[in-house]
Design a protein around this ligand. Structure first.
Ligand code: SF4
Ligand code: SF4
Length: 100
């Protein structure tokens, strides 16, 4: 599933440059993750690079964006091909929900 950043974020900016998908950006208050671009680093690294570098451990799986490993891999393939990625929205992402 895509990751999200909690309000514990101290805006240190170390996560943004390590994201291979350019999914992290400075939001109004704190850094944020674009769920349509976050693959949990699947396809690039064995573990999420943002979690690895965050000094305050404020990056967590987003309960709004549950995805299987296969779905993350498909997202990676979309992002790294020339096919436009489907844009995930924050509250209307039911197509990616698993039933069980
Ligand atoms: S898990 Fe990987 S792809 Fe997702 S925001 Fe963090 S660094 Fe970017
Ligand atoms: S590394 Fe953690 S504390 Fe620093 S900007 Fe990213 S989410 Fe916020």
């Amino acid at each position: 599933m895509a990751l999200t950043i909690t309000d514990v974020c101290i805006n240190c900016d170390v996560c943004e440059p390590v994201c291979p998908n350019q999914a992290i950006f400075q939001g109004e208050e704190i850094y944020e993750i674009e769920p349509g671009k976050c693959t949990q680093c699947v396809g690039h690294f064995e573990q999420p690079q943002c979690i690895r570098v965050c000094p305050v451990e404020c990056i967590i799986p987003s309960p709004r964006h549950p995805e299987t490993a296969q779905q993350l891999l498909e997202k990676y393939r979309r992002l790294t091909s020339n096919v436009p990625a489907k844009t995930d929205t924050r509250d209307n992402n039911n197509l990616l929900f698993e039933s069980g």
